[in-house]
Write a protein that binds this ligand. Structure first.
Ligand code: NAD
Length: 328
């Protein structure tokens, strides 16, 4: 069995590789070629924590797996990671467990890549300004994916805690200097989204984190954070203004995410508003962006197919390059 740490994975696998894996994953999912039961959530109310178990099997790539991810948001106050995760990879031909991969890193890559793929496929070609709301564990991956998807002049970053925003921005300006994009910390979400072409929200908020009326025509918005019925980072106005609304998986989103469930239940939107899953755009079954004026929203909660395809692609590249630790 191959053990792959974050450092191992970094040696062989880039964000662009993760885009390719997520595109394959979304296409396989929409073609009905991945067996992905809805994930099991167990709550730990005392700690406001959640244990998530995400199994999957894809015959086409001869792989199965399960990701275990535990989300304990209060850990941020104890200077501990807010999520802990491993991916267990199984050979689909023999059923033998062949790898364990750092699940936080796989999650970061495939979740960043989900926004990246959405921008790549649905974003305006000449996007120049980005906005990132949230500076927690997922934010650096989201930022890198945004920078990989378009040649941006500037990304504005906002989160609730200004000190943490400044630390994040300083770190990112060093780590992502090669992209040549100015990364700026701002004091409000209004400032962040002003004239922005690409917007990412990546928070566990239960209240909308930006003003949907202030999003400019032609913007593409990727909402990553909400995965429980009470979580709502997306303002309902953005849904009424958007001409298209795509999902990673409509079924998964409708089973979990307040972002869509709340406005659906209070009648702000109806199911007519749903365009479909992004995998169907990749497969050519659905139209994507049709002009530079339409606002497009992508909502993701994350699907096991992304983890499995990404983990298998990392495993294959690592084997080829003799990276990782063999453990028997
Ligand atoms: N869609 C997916 O596939 C996927 C994958 C992983 C994580 N997530 C979800 O994404 C969210 C963010 O994950 P994380 O690990 O970065 O979380 P985190 O707890 O580490 O960080 C959250 C960030 O959001 C900011 N924030 C919270 N409320 C805010 C508000 N009202 N306005 C502005 N900023 C606000 C916080 O200041 C912090 O910077 C979580 O809900 C997580 O479960 C989704």
């Amino acid at each position: 069995m191959l053990l792959l740490s974050k450092e191992d994975i970094k040696e062989v696998f880039t964000m662009k590789d993760a885009f390719a894996a997520d595109k394959d994953a979304f296409a396989l999912f929409s073609a009905g070629k991945s067996d992905v039961p809805l994930r099991t959530q167990i709550m730990a109310p005392k700690q406001e924590g959640t244990f998530l178990f995400m199994p999957s099997y894809i015959s086409d790539i001869d792989a199965a797996g399960i990701k275990i991810i535990d989300i304990f948001s209060k850990n941020i106050d104890k200077d501990l990671p807010t999520s802990s995760s491993q991916v267990i990879l199984i050979d689909g031909e023999t059923g033998i467990i062949i790898g364990i991969l750092d699940g936080n890193y796989v999650t970061g890559l495939r979740t960043g890549a989900a926004s990246g793929v959405a921008f790549d496929i649905l974003g305006k070609k000449d996007a120049k300004i980005g906005a990132l709301i949230g500076t927690g564990g997922q934010a650096a991956y989201q930022l890198e994916a945004m920078l990989c998807s378009r040649d941006l002049d500037e990304v504005r970053v906002y989160s609730r805690n200004h000190e943490r925003t400044c630390d994040f921005v300083n770190r990112m300006n060093v780590e992502m200097a090669d992209y040549g994009t100015k990364i700026i910390g701002v004091n409000s979400s209004d400032e962040a989204i002003d004239n922005a072409d690409l917007i990412i929200t990546v928070t566990p908020s239960t209240k909308p984190v930006f003003d949907g009326n202030k999003v400019k025509a032609g913007a593409t918005v990727s909402c990553i954070g909400s995965y429980q019925p009470q979580m709502q980072e997306m303002p309902p106005e953005i849904l009424t203004r958007a001409s298209k609304l795509y999902f990673d998986s409509k079924d998964a989103v409708l089973s979990e995410a307040g972002d869509i469930l709340i406005p659906l239940h209070d009648g702000t939107i109806t199911e007519d508003k749903f365009t479909g899953d992004i995998g169907d755009v990749i497969l050519g079954n659905l139209t994507g962006r049709e002009n530079d004026e339409e606002i497009i929203v992508f909502k993701s909660v994350g699907i096991g197919t992304q983890d499995l395809v990404t983990a298998k692609a990392i495993y294959d590249k690592s084997k080829k390059n003799l990276i990782g630790t063999e453990w028997n």
